[in-house]
Design a protein around this ligand. Structure first.
Ligand code: NAP
Length: 482
């Protein structure tokens, strides 16, 4: 298959936080991969910026080392590595100080300028202000901001307000890397590129929808951040909410940033408030030599959740009465991100009770492998009457599209979208605020009640209450813990 790379104009990309973990693990490897694919035009430059003093050579060494670790295969090509490092520059800048900005200005040559704020949100406003003050912005400037975008509605509004002082909304790219995943876009292709699904994509035919984002890892070294965040803020408010939007939204009139984001926003606004008995919080305990959550965060009385399962409804004509079950957690049995659209049973089984009751199911897997599976019912082969079984119609991208097609990392796609000026896969200010407006009362309710998360065994499927929430509805969770 021929790869069809859309060319971009030459650009300057400044990574504030260019020595940090995210830059080393994700941003720089993504840029290097695009570079090796010939997508970064000559004349473009990548500038790392952080407080620490580094000579240019020392920074290029740091970049080469990061690429050798996080883009191992490609970095074996020493010529490519060297060529990439030549377009990399470094400036020491404290976001809160005035030094270094003139050096940065001297490095920027291109009209298209992207500033990636890979630093804590407390520095966004300092950076935005100084970029303006030092005359580094133009009409083609874009700023990329990382999660967490706010801690609640009030802080998200304040951040939006601060950024809006210096940039037009069309220049602000709020990253949710889930939206850059191949399968997430395929979800839109499957829904809006096929006539097959749309007639069935509603409460009349869909029994319920499950969205699971499960990790086997604990909070690791992120304990301090996680204690203030918890699974609800860290995962549900952004990643799960975005997946829910893409599943539930109406077809936009075109694949255009605001048309797509308008439809997503309508979904968030149509979400009902979650009843306390429709939500389960959990916290992992110690197992298999691994520390418990409380040990990980060094707080024996922590009430922060490392697991959330909840049931919600989208109150509109398409989805009235169809539950959406969302589940996310750390230290679960599998690393598994998937969406299941579970269709209703056939209205009448002509094959009699012995054939069993069957239904179709569409599973969209995002992690660890990306792919789509449609479960269909067929006759069990062989003699013995009409017995039915479910078989998967599988579309593993790797198998269907062949080994020549490598799925790009979400950051590769998203960064190139920033350069192209395409905001479709980025969250708009009103979307983020609507998501917080829905999340805040849930969290405030827990705080007001002094709610303590239910303990669950590490490497299990989460607290029993999550399974009970489902069984009360005569349903069960799918995917995890098979
Ligand atoms: P990190 O490893 O702590 O790196 C922070 C970076 O910011 C360093 O380069 C640091 O360099 C720089 N920095 C700190 N204070 C600064 C200042 N006053 N002026 C200029 N530069 C400053 O953090 P990270 O993990 O890369 O995360 C960066 C941001 O991305 C955070 O907001 C985080 O929440 C978000 N994020 C990270 C991940 C991830 O996987 N790491 C995932 C999603 C979102 P100096 O100390 O040299 O200044």
């Amino acid at each position: 298959m021929v790869s069809r790379i859309i060319p971009v104009n030459e650009f300057d990309l400044v990574v504030f936080g260019g020595t940090g973990d995210l830059a080393k693990r994700k941003i720089l490897p993504a840029l290097f991969k695009r570079f090796c694919d010939g997508q970064i035009p000559e004349g473009s430059r990548i500038v790392g910026a952080a407080r620490s003093a580094h000579t240019l050579d020392a920074y290029r060494d740091l970049v080469a080392e990061a690429l050798s670790e996080f883009a191992k295969e490609l970095a074996r090509d020493q010529d490519a590595l060297r060529a990439f490092c030549e377009i990399v520059h470094y400036v020491a800048i404290d976001a809160r100080g005035e030094g270094g900005w003139a050096d940065l200005a001297g490095l920027l040559k291109n009209e298209v300028r992207a500033f990636y704020f890979s630093v804590g949100p407390g520095l966004f406003s300092d950076l935005a202000e100084r970029l303006h003050l030092h005359g580094l912005t133009n009409e083609q400037t874009r700023v990329v901001v990382e999660k967490p975008f706010g801690h609640d509605l009030e802080t998200a509004q304040a951040l939006n307000h601060e950024l809006a002082q210096h940039f037009d909304e069309s220049q602000i790219y709020r990253i949710d890397h889930y939206l850059g995943k191949e399968t997430v876009q395929n979800l839109m292709a499957v829904r809006f590129g096929n006539i097959l699904f749309e007639p069935l994509w509603n409460a009349q035919y869909v029994d319920h929808i499950q969205i699971t984002v499960a990790e086997t890892v604990g909070v690791g070294g992120r304990g301090e951040y996680y204690e203030k965040s918890g699974a609800m803020r860290d995962m549900v408010q952004n990643h799960l909410m975005q997946l829910l939007c893409l599943i539930a939204m109406e077809p936009p009139s075109k694949f255009d940033p605001d048309a797509v984001r308008d439809e997503k926003l309508k979904v968030i606004r149509a979400l009902d408030s979650v009843q306390p008995h429709h939500i389960v919080r959990g916290q992992y305990t110690a197992a298999d030599g691994e520390a418990s959550y409380r040990e990980d965060v060094d707080n024996p009385r922590s009430k922060t959740e490392s697991f959330v399962a909840l049931k919600c409804q989208v109150n509109n004509w398409r989805w009235a009465g169809t539950p959406f079950y969302l589940r996310t957690g750390k230290r679960l049995s599998d690393r598994d991100t998937e969406i299941r659209v579970v269709f209703k049973d056939t209205p009448h089984s002509i094959f009699g009770p012995e054939a069993g009751q069957h239904h179709n199911e569409l599973a969209i897997q995002l992690q660890p492998d990306e792919g789509i599976t449609l479960k269909v019912t067929i006759k069990e082969p062989g003699p013995g009457g009409m017995r039915l079984i479910d078989v998967p119609l599988d579309m593993s991208f790797a198998e269907a599209l062949g080994p020549t097609v490598e799925t790009p990392d979400a950051y590769e796609r998203l960064i190139m979208d920033v350069i192209r000026g395409n905001q479709t896969l980025f969250m708009r200010n009103d979307e983020v605020e609507a998501a917080w407006a829905w999340t805040d009362p849930i969290i405030r309710g827990w705080e007001a009640r002094g709610d303590v998360p239910k303990p669950y065994d590490a490497f299990s499927t989460g607290p029993d209450d999550a399974a009970m929430m489902m069984s009360r509805d005569q349903r069960h969770w799918r995917g995890l813990g098979k």
